[in-house]
Design a protein around this ligand. Structure first.
Ligand SMILES: Cc1cc2nc3c(=O)[nH]c(=O)nc-3n(C[C@H](O)[C@H](O)[C@H](O)COP(=O)(O)OP(=O)(O)OC[C@H]3O[C@@H](n4cnc5c(N)ncnc54)[C@H](O)[C@@H]3O)c2cc1C
Length: 489
């Protein structure tokens, strides 16, 4: 999670050292390396920004939040404009150099790392406009920035992830799944995208314009195009949030109440969480939040009726909307200070589970967790969503089982300070084992995380969509240079 805002673009064709790093004059196709002199090189196109070659710029973007994969790019593009991205993608096609865009690098398995040219998307992070029903943002802007700016106008994006320090380009390439249960994912709230394809062409796409490309790019793991701008939905921001937290020692009661609350449809957000093993008696918690106006607060007894626990057992909270949706960002800041959280190894595992097996699988997993499976600074969470609101075909959900509900289960393991490659290797093995068990019960992977995946696994993951995706890859990234990290094509 390294913020690189300090790298601002300079003006066109300024190729000097400028105190920030060694700048490139071109790529030497014979030596397969970037060059700083005018020798036998394919010269760089004129740029508004910079291409950096120095070790500290390259090493600074060589890891993601997982902290166990390192890939040092040969060069870093700090774009001064979308035109720079178009020009450099064309240049990389010509020279067969792999390219990956980087947002805030919160993936955990090196999904956005690359040995070739890394594009620092945070260099372009303007919020272009905020209207009553939509916002237009650069892909490098983050959801926290838009949430704050929209809230000042009484508005909010409908789907907000638990943590908002994530870029538009990053979550729209993966899904962006919120604790809100009625909104679908962030990918479902996109009206239009501007992208640069793997041939360096600038395109706009939406449900009505080049829909195939639109649907391939949303939750498309950066495989077909680089998102440069997005138009996302906004709506009126709720004023207040009432929270209810219930603790459980019985998994059966937890799931019964969790499902009662989501199916009744009166609450706005829900998540389950589990204490780390050995802490506080291994208790699970149900956390429900209900958005409301100032004048019409909900009644606790009414919202919590018919559960296995009396309403009086709930810990009740009341908050304004903005501090509620930004509270995890504040908590992550505290973890960073207290634990040097950014530098801990985080081999996370995240899965979509169908209704038919969620209780069985989660119970099986959480009762066997050891302290190192979670770690200090780690979390175990469960979200719930309606299939009918998750509309993007590249977001792969469990096969239909007759229920409208699917569940996102995540084991956000954090290693101890100094935990090295052996720890990561052990956890990757664990993740694959947990994934295999889950897949046998109908689960799919949510690929923000660290489950070792082969090409055959990807083919299985995309199922009947695979032939179309192969065709779209050949069409939009025929040189196969975009975002090689996940190893799909
Ligand atoms: C504390 C925490 C809480 C989280 N909570 C949630 C949650 O509630 N729900 C949820 O769904 N996720 C959650 N995540 C996961 C998060 O959605 C992903 O890690 C996502 O990668 C974050 O965006 P980013 O800007 O860090 O993207 P990056 O990690 O930088 O990029 C992600 C992938 O997208 C590609 N990419 C980046 N920008 C672009 C672009 N402009 N065009 C095309 N491809 C691009 C990258 O190459 C990479 O492959 C959480 C993560 C953390 C650390």
């Amino acid at each position: 999670m390294q913020r690189q805002e300090a790298w601002m673009g300079t003006r066109r064709a300024v190729l000097g050292a400028i105190g920030l790093g060694i700048l490139v004059t071109g790529f030497d196709p014979v030596r397969r390396s970037w060059a700083t002199d005018g020798g036998n090189v394919d010269p760089l196109p004129p740029l508004d920004g910079q291409v950096l070659l120095d070790a500290s710029s390259r090493e600074g973007v060589s890891q993601d939040a997982g902290r166990y994969v390192q890939k040092v790019p040969q060069a870093v593009l700090v774009p001064g404009s979308v035109r720079d991205i178009e020009a450099m993608v064309k240049y990389c096609v010509r020279n067969r150099v792999p390219v990956a865009p980087r947002g805030l690098a919160n993936t955990t398995d090196g999904q956005g790392l690359v040995s070739g040219l890394l594009i620092e998307m945070r260099a372009l992070k303007t919020i272009h406009r905020i209207d009553a029903d939509r916002a237009v943002v650069d892909a490098g802007a983050d959801w926290l920035e838009l949430t704050n700016a929209a809230h000042a106008k009484g508005l909010t994006p409908p789907a907000l992830t638990g943590f908002l320090g994530l870029t538009f380009g990053g979550t729209l390439s993966l899904g962006g799944i919120p604790p809100a249960i009625q909104s679908g994912g962030q990918v479902d709230s996109v009206l239009e995208l501007e992208v640069v394809t793997g041939t360096g062409e600038l395109k706009c796409c939406s449900k009505t314009q080049d829909r195939e490309l639109f649907e391939a790019v949303l939750a498309g793991l950066g495989q077909y195009a680089i998102i440069t701008k997005a138009t996302v939905k906004l709506g009126p921001a709720p004023a207040k949030v009432r929270g209810h937290e219930l603790a459980y020692t019985s998994s059966k009661d937890f799931f019964q109440d969790f499902k009662t609350l989501i199916k009744r449809g009166e609450i706005s957000e829900i998540y389950g969480d589990w204490w780390r093993p050995g802490e506080h008696g291994e208790v699970s918690h149900l956390n429900a939040f209900t958005f409301h106006s100032v004048t019409k607060p909900p009644t606790d007894a009414q919202l919590l009726r018919g559960l296995t626990k009396p309403p009086a057992d709930a810990v009740v909270s009341a908050n304004d909307f903005l501090p509620h949706v930004t509270r995890i960002d504040a908590a992550v800041e505290q973890l960073r200070e207290a634990l040097d959280w950014d530098h801990l190894a985080k081999p996370w595992m995240t899965l979509w589970l169908p209704e038919k097996s969620v209780e069985q699988y989660v119970t099986e997993v959480v009762t066997k967790l050891t302290p190192s499976d979670v770690g200090v600074g780690g979390f175990v969470l469960l979200y719930a969503h309606r299939r009918t609101k998750l509309t993007r075909p590249s977001l792969r959900l469990p096969a239909p089982d007759g229920s409208d509900w699917v569940y996102l289960f995540t084991l956000m393991t954090a290693g101890a300070a100094g935990a090295g490659p052996e720890f990561a290797a052990e956890m990757l093995k664990r993740n694959r084992h947990l994934f295999d068990r889950a897949r046998a019960l109908g689960a799919t992977r949510y690929p923000i995380e660290s489950t070792p995946f082969t090409k055959a696994d990807w083919q299985h993951h995309y199922g009947d969509r695979w032939p179309l995706l192969q065709k779209l890859k050949r069409k939009h990234d025929p040189a196969n240079i975009l975002t090689p990290g996940p190893g799909i094509f």
